[in-house]
Design a protein around this ligand. Structure first.
Ligand SMILES: *Cc1c(COP(=O)(O)O)cnc(C)c1O
Length: 503
């Protein structure tokens, strides 16, 4: 039985479209009744507002429904598998949330006297200790607000170190598989970006790398495991070579989830690396809170790491905010993303060092499981095994007319957030799938069944029109991404002027 039905309301079952709050405006309607203002003398002089502020008039139940309906249109890690490669969309443990909301932690103010914040300073100090221990590095700058700002922090320190020696240098080497933030960071720090090609097995081309080395090279920005989901086997040699020309080694640590507890980046010769607490250490990505990207530094770069830092003196914790020396300036106001520090430390302490090692092993196991179960239909872009994510090209769709984007959009109709698509750029029609360690075997099997089913449908060729139109089950259909990028409309303009809210 296959009955198509267009509903009277336009809704699809419990999914309904939702107008903007401004489109629901009923002038004068309000969620609270405030007593009329007394006829007080105008103490604001001429500054008193003359008209309404143009907010829509809605009753409280309308506001509640508005946001609940919007939230039902959203996809979240709390809803289902989120296999977005390179992003490490793992479960955010509720224990961490609970701790971050404890009174005294949730309510602490950054300008409180330090005598009243000894506990939170200790917490920051302990997290810093875990981060330097797990990475084998000398020190850590806690304040960067996310990975990209961490990269900037690390590259500013590299720049400061060269300038302190009186030789600013010009070029930064970046593999062509790098995340876009790497070349962007190098450029914003005033460097020329020199791209290193990849070999046929998805790793740094050592001959090309060596040929690019020279006395004007400030450093290298490398991701390990790299964005092809592969460990850079030559990493120790890479570190020796970059140090050999007086350059520094920046590692993009976004993929630390694959090696945490197994390998210490400091032992590989890395000089600076950001850690995305919202990836490896399970703190929420956006929405549920800000990111956080502390940067660990080797002995060589430690003198340039930005403040503040927490030190322990005479049994007291102290936040050092100023100090003479060649350090780069502050990256952010106050102490950094403290709420994320609480969650990350709770995560580390609840797992312990052995538990974190298990995290890495299970993340790698899950990715290889997905790779094995898909490889006859979607062969991996590079010979396996992979690390914590599997990269496939669109070879499996050859001749079907269905492209990576179509497959990703069809996944939405199947109830999954798509994998990362068209990244890294060096693989044609790339699909980067990162299941993470927090998914069950059953969830992975369901996802695999759907992926296999979609590829088989594409190959059978009788659903071509569907794939081009997908998604068809969502409140919004396929958007024009080119138009959105070229002509972004960032402001909603009413068709008719919004009524001024009543005074
Ligand atoms: C996520 C990611 C970044 C950027 O980190 P943000 O925290 O999103 O700023 C950089 N490089 C790689 C490889 C990443 O996966």
């Amino acid at each position: 039985m296959n009955i198509e039905r267009t509903t009277i309301s336009g809704a699809r079952g419990l999914d309904r479209d939702e107008p903007l709050s401004f489109e629901q405006d009923a002038p004068g309607r309000t969620g609270v009744d405030l007593p009329a203002a007394p006829d007080a003398p105008d103490r604001l002089g001429g500054l008193r507002r003359q008209g309404g502020i143009g907010l829509p008039g809605l009753a409280e139940p309308q506001v509640v429904r508005h946001f609940v309906r919007l939230s039902r249109m959203n996809y979240a890690i709390d809803y289902g598998l989120y296999p977005l490669g390179s992003c490490t969309m793992k479960h955010n443990p509720r224990l961490n949330e609970r701790l971050a909301r404890l009174p005294g932690i949730g309510d602490v103010h950054p300008m409180q006297p330090q005598s009243t914040t000894q506990g939170v300073l200790r917490l920051m100090s302990e997290l810093a200790h875990w981060l330097t221990e797990l990475t084998g590095m000398a020190t850590v700058a806690m304040t960067p607000g996310a990975g990209a700002q961490g990269e900037m922090c690390g590259m500013m320190a590299i720049r400061a170190a060269h300038e302190a020696r009186g030789e600013p240098r010009k070029r930064v080497l970046v593999p062509e598989s790098a995340h876009g933030t790497n070349p962007a960071t190098a450029a914003i720090c005033g460097y020329e970006v020199d791209s290193i090609p990849a070999t046929a097995d998805g790793r740094v081309d050592m001959a090309a790398f060596e040929a690019k080395l020279g006395p004007d090279v400030a450093g290298l920005m490398l991701t390990n495991p790299n964005t092809c989901g592969l460990f850079e086997r030559d990493i120790i040699r890479i570190a020796e070579l970059i140090h050999g020309v007086g350059g520094y080694f920046y590692c993009d640590g976004a993929n630390f989830n694959a090696i945490v507890g197994k390998v210490r980046p400091g032992d590989l010769g890395i000089d600076a690396m950001h850690i995305n607490l919202h990836k490896t250490f399970s703190t929420p990505h956006g929405g549920g809170g800000p990111g956080s990207g502390p940067v660990v530094f080797s002995e060589a770069l430690a003198p340039y790491a930005p403040l503040p830092k927490v030190v322990q003196r005479d049994g007291r914790y102290e936040l050092i905010e100023q100090e003479d020396g060649p350090r780069v300036g502050r990256m952010k106001g106050f102490h950094g993303q403290f709420g994320m520090f609480v969650r990350a430390l709770a995560y580390m302490q609840s797992h312990g060092r052995d538990g974190l090692k298990q995290v890495a092993e299970d993340a790698v196991l899950n990715a290889n499981y997905v790779m094995e179960k898909l490889k006859d239909l979607l062969p991996p872009a590079y010979p396996g095994p992979c690390m914590h994510e599997v990269l496939v090209s669109d070879r499996g769709l050859d001749g079907t007319g269905v492209e990576t984007m179509d497959l990703a959009k069809a996944l939405i109709d199947e109830g999954y957030h798509p994998m990362t698509v068209y990244f890294p750029l060096i693989v044609h029609g790339a699909m980067l799938i990162e299941p993470t360690e927090t998914e069950t075997r059953e969830t992975l099997d369901s996802f695999i069944r759907v992926m296999r089913g979609l590829v088989e449908q594409a190959r059978a060729g009788d659903e071509a029109a569907y794939f081009k139109a997908a998604p068809v089950m969502t409140p919004r259909r396929r958007l024009d991404e080119t138009l959105a990028a070229r002509k972004p409309v960032l402001r909603w303009v009413p068709e008719a002027p919004v009524a001024e809210a009543a005074e």
